[in-house]
Design a binder for this molecule. Structure first.
Ligand code: CTP
Length: 406
């Protein structure tokens, strides 16, 4: 995986109660310097070694310390942290914390969000040598590593706080960062190629006017971002949306439906998943002018013709192949949402369609949230509401559970 995984990622740091907890401040600072947003969660024991206020100041984010605290739970509770994070780093992972994670316990502010988290986890053990070498601890680590999304860094060998010399030191900062940067390879989409269309298209009337729609590309970019965070290499064929964050994404800028079609057709056959989230203009002016039309000479009516359907054309092409990518479409509707979406699912021969009622509050163009129903060709149906990023996460959970190229 590329070394800039941390750039633009959301990292949850779970802090256990060991003397090495004092080093976590440096870790958080460095994660941020690498371009990550960081939120910390602390066990009760961790708070004996370092204060939540310290980690809050360094991360610039509230720290989860008590999952029974009503205010914390409301503002940013344990499930929210699990949904927010792209990856977890557990440092220091004490013997006790490792044992509890292995057992699937959820009894503090670290283990509870972690149990609800499906992405990559980096464990950075630190403890007394005898505790590390104890067969119980070794067995716990081995068991966790059976899941490919768990990684371990360290512990290092050297003098320990208790005067012993041996294995048990928290890995050094450069090693921790290197291991965190490799977490993309531990994601559920590691090695997968994802192609996404996003944003509107613009169909020129003349050099200064066009037919378009209010799409901002937020939903498609969230889909791309989450895929990238889970280890995929992602190409976004992106209509004109202005400046948007596109860290770690391969962006192919296009303007018209025809350009979008050409960019997609050149790439779709080698993809594992194709997600068409663009709001492609369905019509374009029949005879665009290459000079600005003066108002005196303008036509009273604009004649429009249909643009190509990017998703349907790509679907037709890949269905002729022995191997094809999984196909995911979006359906923006104002009424009879599920019925129309089912129709599109069948007509365009998709595996999934994300049906979007754009008239609902907190859904549709330009909002940060969305309310959708994800329908599968296998008859599955799931309703999802939340930040566009959370909706994207659920979509990838469903796709990953289903499997990729057919
Ligand atoms: N789509 C596309 N190219 C088009 C139109 C739509 O790739 N010219 C894709 C969208 O990206 C989306 C899906 O097809 O994934 C459905 O788009 P939508 O506009 O809701 O449906 P249409 O097929 O255009 O049908 P209608 O406008 O009649 O609702």
């Amino acid at each position: 995986m590329s070394t800039n995984y941390l750039q633009g990622r959301r990292i949850a740091v779970g802090v256990g109660g060991g003397i090495a907890a004092y080093k976590v401040g440096d870790l958080i600072r460095e994660l941020k310097r690498q371009g990550a947003s960081v939120r910390a969660a602390m066990t009760k024991a961790a708070q004996e070694f370092i204060t939540p206020l310290t980690l809050q100041s360094l991360s610039g984010q509230p720290v989860l310390t008590d999952y029974f605290d009503v205010t914390q739970e409301e503002q940013f509770g344990h499930l929210h942290l699990a949904r927010w994070a792209d990856a977890f780093v557990i440092a220091p992972a004490t013997a006790d914390l490792l044992a509890r994670i292995r057992l699937g316990l959820a009894n503090d502010a670290v283990t509870t969000p972690l149990l609800a988290f499906r992405g990559p986890v980096l464990l950075a053990p630190a403890m007394n040598t005898a505790m590390w070498e104890n067969p119980a601890t070794q067995e716990n680590v081995r068991a966790l590593l059976l899941q490919p999304r768990f990684r371990v860094v360290g512990p290092g060998v050297g003098p320990l706080a208790d005067g012993d010399v041996g294995a048990g030191r928290l890995a050094e900062l450069p090693e921790l960062i290197e291991a965190a940067n490799a977490l993309g390879a531990a994601g559920p989409l590691a090695g997968k190629k994802v192609l996404v269309t996003a944003g509107p298209t613009q169909e020129p009337i003349d050099p200064v006017r066009f037919v378009s729609n209010p799409s901002t590309g937020k939903m498609g970019l969230a889909v791309a971002e989450v895929a990238r965070a889970r280890g995929a290499s992602v190409t976004v064929v992106l209509g004109p949306v202005g400046d948007v964050p596109r860290d770690g994404l391969d962006v192919v800028p296009v303007r018209t439906a025809e350009q979008m079609l050409a960019a997609v057709m050149a790439r779709v056959e080698s993809a594992d998943v194709f997600v068409a989230a663009a709001a492609v203009s369905d019509w374009k002016p029949a005879a665009p002018s290459d000079k600005k039309t003066k108002k005196g000479e303008g036509p009273e009516a604009l004649q429009l013709v249909r643009t190509p359907d990017v998703l349907a054309t790509a679907s037709k092409k890949v269905h002729a192949n022995a191997r094809r990518p999984l196909l995911v479409g979006f359906a923006a509707e104002t009424h009879d949402v599920v019925d129309y979406a089912k129709e599109k699912l069948q007509k365009k021969r998709l595996d999934f369609i994300v049906a979007n009622d754009v008239t609902q509050e907190g859904a549709g163009f330009g909002t940060d949230t969305n309310r959708v129903t994800i329908l599968g060709a296998d008859g599955s149906r799931q309703d999802v509401a939340g930040e566009k990023r959370e909706v994207a996460s659920r979509l990838w959970d469903i796709v990953a559970a289903h499997g990729f190229a057919r």
